[in-house]
Design a protein around this ligand. Structure first.
Ligand SMILES: *[C@@H]1O[C@H](CO)[C@@H](O)[C@H](O)[C@H]1NC(C)=O
Ligand SMILES: *[C@@H]1O[C@H](CO)[C@@H](O)[C@H](O)[C@H]1NC(C)=O
Ligand SMILES: *[C@@H]1O[C@H](CO)[C@@H](O)[C@H](O)[C@H]1NC(C)=O
Ligand SMILES: *[C@@H]1O[C@H](CO)[C@@H](O)[C@H](O)[C@H]1NC(C)=O
Ligand SMILES: *[C@@H]1O[C@H](CO)[C@@H](O)[C@H](O)[C@H]1NC(C)=O
Ligand SMILES: *[C@@H]1O[C@H](CO)[C@@H](O)[C@H](O)[C@H]1NC(C)=O
Ligand SMILES: [Zn+2]
Length: 488
């Protein structure tokens, strides 16, 4: 009977149109060549406003918090059909933490990966907040003109938080208004320093709640004071300075290299081989944001040090943007151009399943989304990976893939779990009831109604057979952007 549940597997294919992007090329940008200062650069992006000039000196040529809010709102108006703005909370002093989302369908859930950039984590490192405004405007201006801009707008949901620490910025100091270093304020795997939630800063809490709302695949924070792409772990169990790679060390090295190699000169660093470093190998820290992202939010985060000088003369901002532009774009685009992507379905009605993806040999689980069952698994190119899809109540399925430079699309169709004794284990997702009810249901079935139960199984099997025929037909006629072949 149980043989009626066949495996239906949609296997991997490369998407040639996406595989061709080069991460090495640095395309010089012409747009700022007549600019010798930040106000000039910014006025390419905004209309002239006398107010901006007046508040300019306070921040030494950088946008004040008011300027930033105005720039974000003007952007949202200017670029309304591919963006939306929202606030994830407020700083200690009540400054809203504005986020720009850029996508062809902003605010809508799609089966696409999401990426976030966070600037100005440290108040006295303001370059990132300016670069993120440059980035937003560049994407707006080049959507449907530049292939990379179009690729990002159409295939990624990009969220930009230019300033996580507006209070620290206006006080021109590292910590927030309570003098807490926000990149030491997250729960940590190696110490219990931040386990008391009541002591957590509002800015930190805002980030943590944000990550509960949105399933980010990857992200980066922008810092200053060095020139290097830093990846987890940030700490070590014995608190020593040593290389301490996380389970996805290869993927992180690959990801950090995408940034450093696309940068004007990050990869030619004398201090850091290839312009990348493991966090704990450089200097261990505890309570950092990148480790927390990877452990608790399923998000691969880098900490990017983008200029040796923390607060360079504002006149240098356009050139720093130019140095970082391709890196910032290529890092976002890497979510589409590399890795394994797909959806998980039930074999029954072809319903999307919020299942789990693991890769043999890597102790890390990526979750699929609820509405579409889509997953996005960042991986370094390698000969062979064994990808396993699982979901409680369903049989796991695994398949080996070969990951070239391009992405692999891999859908899974999972069969409900049926034990040999013929007991039907309803899967968690099918059942809206809680687990206690499910247990009672099972006991009820086992206890008193065994004969009825066997009849029920026969009927269920037949139904599954019918469903499956329908689903097969549906899948094989489906035309998807990337080629997918069906293997039964
Ligand atoms: C830049 O300046 C040159 C001459 O100084 C001028 O010919 C050119 O049009 C300017 N470009 C822009 C984009 O303003
Ligand atoms: C910046 O440069 C523009 C033209 O290049 C000039 O008009 C403006 O006064 C300068 N602003 C500052 C603050 O130096
Ligand atoms: C945005 O609006 C412009 C002009 O109305 C249109 O040409 C463009 O296709 C729109 N883009 C998207 C992604 O909807
Ligand atoms: C990169 O270029 C900047 C500006 O020219 C320079 O200050 C910095 O030292 C360079 N860094 C490396 C690693 O070459
Ligand atoms: C896998 O990682 C978890 C923490 O996420 C840890 O508790 C567990 O021991 C690890 N398993 C192996 C086999 O390393
Ligand atoms: C993958 O599938 C093979 C059989 O095809 C099985 O032997 C192996 O244990 C599976 N591996 C995992 C990690 O599930
Ligand atoms: Zn910093």
């Amino acid at each position: 009977m149980t043989l009626l549940f066949f495996l239906l597997l949609l296997a991997s294919t490369l998407s040639p149109s996406l595989a061709r992007g080069s991460f090495q090329s640095l395309v010089p940008s012409e747009e700022f060549k007549n600019c010798s200062n930040a106000s000039c650069a910014r006025h390419l992006l905004e209309d002239h406003e006398p107010q901006v000039q007046a508040s300019f000196d306070l921040a030494q040529g950088y946008m004040t918090n008011d300027d930033l809010e105005r720039a974000i709102k003007e952007f949202a108006q200017r670029c309304s059909n591919i963006s939306r703005i929202y606030s994830i909370g407020k700083s200690v002093n009540g400054v809203p933490l504005w986020v720009i989302e850029i996508s062809d369908k902003p605010g809508q859930e799609e089966s696409e990966a999401a990426f976030k950039y966070i600037g100005n984590v440290h108040g006295d490192e303001p370059v990132g907040r300016e670069l993120l405004i440059f980035l937003a405007n560049w994407l707006c201006d080049n959507h449907l003109k530049d292939p990379l801009a179009t690729l990002i707008v159409e295939n990624v949901h990009l969220h930009l938080l230019p300033s996580m620490n507006p209070d620290g910025f206006s006080l021109r100091k590292r910590g927030n208004a309570n003098n807490i270093d926000l990149n030491r304020d997250f729960p940590d795997q190696f110490t219990s320093i931040n386990d008391n939630e009541d002591l957590r800063q509002p800015e930190t809490r805002a980030i943590m709640n944000w990550l509960r709302d949105i399933r980010f695949t990857a992200s980066a924070t922008l810092h200053g004071g060095a020139l290097v792409a830093n990846y987890p772990w940030d700490g070590s169990d014995d608190k020593s300075t040593k290389y301490n790679g996380c389970p996805d060390d290869d993927a992180f090295q690959f990801m950090a290299s995408i940034y450093s190699h696309s940068h004007y000169n990050m990869s030619s660093s004398k201090e850091f081989l290839g312009g990348i470093t493991n966090g704990a190998a450089w200097y261990p820290l505890y309570g950092g944001m990148q480790d927390w992202n990877y452990i608790h939010a399923g998000c691969f985060e880098l900490t990017l040090e983008i200029s040796d000088n923390k607060w360079p003369n504002a006149a240098e901002l356009p050139i720093i943007w130019r140095y970082n532009k391709m890196s910032m774009l290529n890092l976002v685009a890497s979510l589409v151009k590399t890795g394994v992507h797909g959806r998980i379905y039930s074999s029954g009605e072809g319903r999307p399943l919020p299942g789990f993806i693991t890769v043999s040999g890597i102790n890390y689980t990526v979750k699929a989304g609820k509405p579409f069952g889509d997953y996005h698994r960042f991986l370094a190119p390698r000969d062979r990976y064994q990808v396993v899809a699982s979901m409680p109540g369903f049989k796991s399925k695994n398949i080996s893939i070969w990951l070239d430079d391009g992405p692999v699309t891999l859908d899974f169709v999972l069969d409900p779990e049926i034990s040999v004794k013929g007991s039907v284990l309803q899967n968690v997702y099918d059942c809206n009831c809680n687990s206690k009810n499910k247990l009672e249901f099972a006991q009820f079935l086992w206890g008193t109604h065994l004969e009825v139960y066997f009849v029920f199984i026969v009927i269920l099997g037949f139904l599954c057979f019918l469903f499956q025929r329908r689903v097969k037909g549906k899948f094989s006629t489906r035309s998807v952007g990337a080629k997918r072949s069906v293997v039964v």
